[in-house]
Ligand binder design. Structure first.
Ligand code: FES
Length: 165
């Protein structure tokens, strides 16, 4: 039996599909609405949306990850985005996530006190066969191990330039 929060999520998404229509064209407005309500679009949500619209989850992942990049929250000089989607999950993303939290001293969705690094989840970034995968700004890192995290974070801390400067 599904967890209560999953049932609530299904009901919410079902309501959105009723309101916006069951077609593919509803995908973006549904994701926008979910983002407004829940402030994030996690893997479970994407799965439920895919089922509700009868489309492949990968389609939802790619649209949702595109929108994640448009986030309007203030961000650090560098942004590390760890893929939290299924293949990377199976490849060991939890251990990498823990190493990132420990090394940076922040949770996902937060920025270090010095404003240097923001840590975020990403949806699939297209490197599913080489997970765990993460982005440092626009640079892709694949097969990341917890041991790699120290060097990745050190490089971010050492580089004071804004990625978009
Ligand atoms: S599942 Fe992580 S890159 Fe595709």
């Amino acid at each position: 039996m599904a967890a209560p929060q999953t049932e609530a999520l299904r009901a919410d998404i079902g309501g959105l599909v009723d309101r916006l229509g069951p077609g593919r064209a509803s995908l973006v407005p549904i994701l926008q609405d979910i983002k407004r309500r829940y402030h994030e679009i996690d893997a479970e949500t994407m799965q439920v949306v895919a089922e509700a619209l009868d489309i492949h989850p990968v389609e939802v992942y790619s649209v949702a990850s595109f929108y994640a990049f448009l986030g309007s929250r203030p961000q650090g000089v560098h942004v590390i985005r760890l893929c939290g989607t299924l293949s990377c999950d199976f490849a060991g993303k939890d251990a990498v996530a823990e190493a990132l939290r420990r090394e940076l001293g922040v949770e996902f969705g937060e920025t270090t006190a010095d404003g240097q690094v923001t840590l975020e989840w990403a949806s699939c970034i297209g490197m599913c066969d080489q997970g765990p995968a993460l982005l440092v700004d626009d640079d892709v890192h694949t097969r990341v191990t917890p041991d790699d995290v120290r060097a990745i974070v050190a490089a971010c801390r050492a580089d004071q330039r804004r990625a978009d400067a």
